[in-house]
Design a protein. Structure first.
Length: 80
């Protein structure tokens, strides 16, 4: 199953109740996510795409694009 950056942007937007989320937005600094928000986003992504993201990887997921790259590497790439 492929994944697109738009899907990840929308998922993050819904989870955080934000509009206009872009790939370059920093999840914590720009979008105001707290640690529990990040955990919920990751859990939703893991369930939707049937992947596992290790806890040690979370500090590397700074932007929405970082999250997308992580998901894409595990779920199989699709055209952006």
């Amino acid at each position: 199953m492929g994944v697109t950056i738009e899907e990840i942007e929308k998922l993050v937007a819904v989870q955080l109740g934000r509009r206009g989320v872009t790939a370059h937005d920093r999840i914590v600094e720009d979008l105001g996510a707290e640690s529990l928000d990040v955990v919920n986003i990751v859990a939703t992504i893991e369930e939707r795409y049937q992947i596992t993201i290790e806890e040690v990887e979370l500090p590397d997921l700074v932007t929405v694009a970082d999250l997308y790259a992580c998901v894409r590497s595990r779920a199989g790439g699709a055209a952006e």
